[in-house]
Structure formats: C-alpha cells, structure tokens
Design a protein around this ligand. Structure first.
Ligand SMILES: [Zn+2]
Length: 512
C-alpha cells in the first residue's frame, strides 16, 4: 500500500487496517474523518471531493514520511476519498503502527492535521434545499493560510480571518452604505479567461455578495501568460470550477456559482436570472451578440470588454430603448472569426489584464452608483500609444435588435426579489425598512434584532394599503421562503420596491 493515495470508491477500513499489521508493533492508531449532515447551519445531503491529484499525492506522501521519521513509527498510511460521498462515508483514513501507543497517536494526529492544512483538496457540499457550494478545506494549499476553518470533528482551532473591506469603506463614495450595496449585489461573469480573471479577483475582493461564473473551457498552458490566477498544475481542469475555487479562497463570504457550459439562447435567460449586472468577458462575437440581445430582451445591463492584440474597448449596454446596443454600433452582425480572438491573433498578457481591471472598476462604480462610462459611448484604449478615446455610440433608429426587443418587452423588468445581507445593519445602511412577516409566537421566540413593522402573512394583503409605495421594504421571515412569497404578493399590490431577505433570519451572521 502507498503511503498516501486517493480512492474514488468507498474505503474498506478493515482491509486497510489489516495492511498495517506488524508483529513488531505494540500499538495501532487510526483516524477516520466522516461526512456529516450539516455545515454552518445548512443541512448537507452529500458531498464531493476534488483534488489536484498529482500535487496532492506528492505532498501527501511527503507528510506521511515526515510523520514516520519525526515520531519513529513503523508504518503509516493515509487514504483520502475523491468523487461523490454519501453521509457517513469515511472521507479520510489515517493508520499508524508503532512500537508504542504514544508515537502512534502523535503521528496519526500529525498526518491528519498536515493533510487538512497542506493538500489541495476541495469539497463541494450539496444541501437539502437543492443548492450546492464549494467549501474550502482549511488552508487548502493556500500559502497565506487565510481560509475558513471547517467542520470535521478532529481539528485544532486555527485562527479565523474574515474579509476586511476597511480600505474601500474609507472612501467617501463607498462607506458602509456602499459596502452594503456591494454585499447585496449579484453579478454574472461570462468568461473566466484573460478578462474574467482580473474581473473576478476584484469583484470577490470588493465583497460583491453573489457571483455567477460561466465558462465552458478547460485551462490550457497557453492561457497562463494572461490568466495568472491559475497554476500550471490546474491545466486540463474546468476554468469555471477553478475560478469559483479561487473566488472562494479569496473571499469565503461570496456566494459563488459556477457553470461549465457555453452560453446559448437556450440557457442565457436562466443563467442571467437573479443577477443585477452581467459582465461580458468572452472572447468571441457570438457570445457578445447573444448577451447584447439578452440585455435588450430582459432589460438588464451588460458591460462589454473586448481585447484585440494591443487594443481594447469597453461599452455599457443598458438594455433599454433609449441607449445604444452593440448592434446599433455594428449593424452588420459581425460573424465570429471575422476579427481574430486571442487564440489566433496573439496578445500580451497585461492587455486583457488592464481591460479586465477597467471592467471590474466600471462594474463596481455601476453597483455603487458612481459616475463612469455612460451607455452612449465607447472607451477605446490603445496600449501601444497609450491613447484613450471616448467615442459616441448612438442608438440607431433602425436597429434590428432594438426593434425585436421592443416587440417582446413593453415594461422594464421588476427589481430582483431576493437580496443577500450578512447583517440587518447592512440592509438598514442600504436604506431598507424591515417588515417581519412571522407570526407573534415566532417573533416572541426569536425577536428580530432591529426595528421592524410586524405584518404576519395572515394580515399581509389587508394591511398592504398602509405601506408607503415610495419606501424600500425588506421582508424577513425565519428562512426567507415566506418573505419571498410575501414580497411577490405585495408587488402585485403595486409595491414595486419590496424585497425579501434571502435565507431569512437564520441566514444572517450570528453577530447580527
Ligand atoms: Zn440597438
């Protein structure tokens, strides 16, 4: 048996233990890490482990050897599961045989602690409500060791760091209110390549509450000169997954969803749903025009960035009837391949880096309501001459895309129904008045730690007329389900600015 190995089948711990038998040894110690049914208040139904296998195997073998030498034990081995695991499965097994029990215990402890801290292994949890999320496994080969602690029964308490936005909150234009807006915002990033990498880094760093990532490609060595977030050892893996893991490692507060698929007419609307802003970080015209037409159809802003050799441009399409879209500017629907993409044309790495950074900056400004690129202009930046130009982008009276969208959509889409906040104070800072839709008994058992109107579901419709249509209301209940239904009901009564607290009171941080 190898000192360290991965297994994608259920571990036979009795057989593993048999392999450790040695008549010269007086003691055997084993540790088993099990899949448990909850994490951070969420009920877990199953989970998946994924590893950077080559790297992890080498490091794992090194750890076991270290333990053998350090504690002078006779035999030591560790097996870690990958793939899909059920509740109760053994996720990791460590066995140590030694002359005496003390070194067996200590070596066993050393191996499991080091494995948890040093190996690049990731865990995806599936929850009862159908959601899933990547959970980063302690330090997960992240050298700075700034990641969340997690939840098996054995580990020591590592220092827990939480994101700190003080350096941007210090800006007068951001402040606590701006931070709350970022926290409540949701952005879909299409493309996790040269543009997507800086975009995702800065959005995650800034604390944008929810980020969706769409990318169908797998990482290739030729990507790395411009996609410097990734590692050579990542090549061959899905970029959407890699990017989601990097986002989560950078900022565990971000709710990140990854989609390893190509955007098309069949899935675009579903993927865009629930996001306030879409960022086009793609490298092909088919995707850009598809997003353009989607923006007009669902009336959602898309911020486009494109790079060609040493030049790039930014354009904001608001998706309304009054401002320009891509087809207004480029009426001859540009076929994919007419202008090369990075693959054919070549590009210096920092060029998409600059435009992705600009795109992230404009995105944050849009979310914060700060001035920036407007919808009727294009920013063109030549990185050879370093000249920038802002060109007018005119809404063309005969634009096909605008005409088609006008025929389909007559009224603007309503604002997002659900918002995510870490604390009620954040929501308050963002200008929301709370409506508690729980009944009196629930309120008494678990009082809301903030002033609120009490409007139980039973009285919702009869009392709707007493609400102020100009105020921004945030409805709350225990889990966010009733409040979402109630917000929908109130909207049908003409209260357009009703929102629901996603996840409810139980989703708030304990400090709230
Ligand atoms: Zn147009």
């Amino acid at each position: 048996m190898k000192a360290f190995e991965f297994s994608n089948v259920v571990l036979d711990t009795a057989a593993l233990q048999d392999e450790m038998r040695d008549v010269t040894c007086g003691g055997f110690a084993a540790f088993e890490g099990w899949v448990r049914n909850h994490n951070e208040g969420l009920e877990v139904t199953r989970l998946e482990y994924e590893a950077f296998a080559e790297l992890a195997e080498k490091e794992g073998a090194r750890i076991v050897e270290e333990a053998r030498v350090k504690f002078g034990v006779t035999r030591a081995a560790c097996v870690h599961r990958v793939g899909s695991l059920a509740l109760g499965d053994v996720a990791v097994w460590v066995g140590v045989s030694a002359a005496h029990r003390d070194e067996a215990f200590r070596a066993c402890r050393y191996i499991i602690d080091e494995v948890k801290h040093r190996l690049p292994i990731w865990k995806k949890e599936h929850y009862v409500n159908g959601d899933s999320g990547w959970v980063n496994c302690e330090r997960c080969a992240m050298p700075a060791a700034h990641t969340h602690e997690h939840h098996e029964h054995h580990h020591e308490h590592a220092p827990i760091h939480t994101p700190d936005y003080s350096r941007q909150i210090a800006l007068r234009e951001v402040g606590a209110e701006g931070q709350a807006r970022l926290r409540g915002a949701s952005v879909l990033v299409v493309g996790a390549g040269g543009l997507g990498v800086p975009v995702l880094q800065y959005l995650a760093g800034a604390g944008v509450g929810r980020i969706g990532i769409v990318d169908a490609d797998r990482l290739e060595p030729s990507n790395l000169h411009r996609q410097t977030w990734y590692a050579l050892a990542d090549c061959g893996r899905e970029k959407s997954t890699l990017a989601a893991q990097r986002v989560q490692a950078l900022n565990p507060e971000v709710r990140v969803e990854s989609h390893a698929l190509r955007l098309d007419n069949g899935n675009a609307e579903r993927l865009a749903a629930g996001h306030d802003l879409i960022l086009d970080c793609s490298d092909n015209f088919a995707t850009k025009f598809l997003l353009n037409d989607l923006a007009l159809r669902i009336r959602k802003p898309v911020l486009f960035a494109s790079v060609y050799q040493y030049e790039g441009q930014l354009q904001l399409v608001r998706g309304d009837d009054a401002t320009a879209c891509l087809r207004c500017v480029w009426p001859e629907a540009t076929r994919d391949g007419l202008v090369g993409n990075c693959a054919e044309a070549g590009v210096l790495g920092p060029v998409p880096g600059v435009f992705g950074s600009l795109q992230a900056l404009e995105a944050l400004k849009i979310l914060l309501g700060l001035p920036g690129l407007t919808a009727n202009e294009m920013l063109i930046f030549d990185l050879v001459s370093l000249n920038t130009q802002r060109l007018r982008a005119r809404r063309a009276a005969d634009c096909d895309a605008h005409r088609r969208a006008g025929a389909v959509v007559a009224t603007p889409a309503p604002p997002e129904l659900e918002l995510t906040f870490a604390t009620l104070a954040e929501a308050q800072a963002a200008g929301y008045t709370f409506i508690d839709v729980r009944d009196a008994r629930e309120r008494a058992e678990e009082p809301l730690p903030a002033p609120a109107l009490n409007l139980p579901m039973s009285k919702l419709l009869s009392d709707a007329a007493t609400l102020d249509a100009d105020l921004r209301y945030l409805l709350v209940c225990a889990t966010g389900k009733r409040s979402a239904a109630a917000a929908n009901l109130l909207r049908s009564q003409g209260l357009r600015e009703c929102r629901s607290l996603r996840g409810g009171i139980r989703g708030l941080k304990a400090t709230a």
